[in-house]
Design a protein around this ligand. Sequence first.
Ligand code: ZN
Length: 99
Amino acid sequence: MFSGILQPTHLIIILVIVLVIFGPGKLPEIGGAVGKSLREFKKSTQEPVEPEKPQAAASGGSATATTTLAPVKVCPKCQTENPAVNKFCSSCGGQLELE
Ligand SMILES: [Zn+2]
């Protein structure tokens, strides 16, 4: 009796029942909701891992604070003061003196 329950014709009947229950106008809504949740799921699974840059964040907001707190290196090319931890000038990108 239930041997042919998963035949394609039954799926069509189920689809028709769904159409009757929700109505043809609701189908794009349902499809959109499913697509949206799928997209959200994909986004959450392959979320880009943001590299932690504490130095970049610190120099971006308070350049003067870093110069007073940390020892500085003066760029030989453009005379810009850089934190001593920097290997390259933040202004011109030139290599700072190695000590
Ligand atoms: Zn420089």
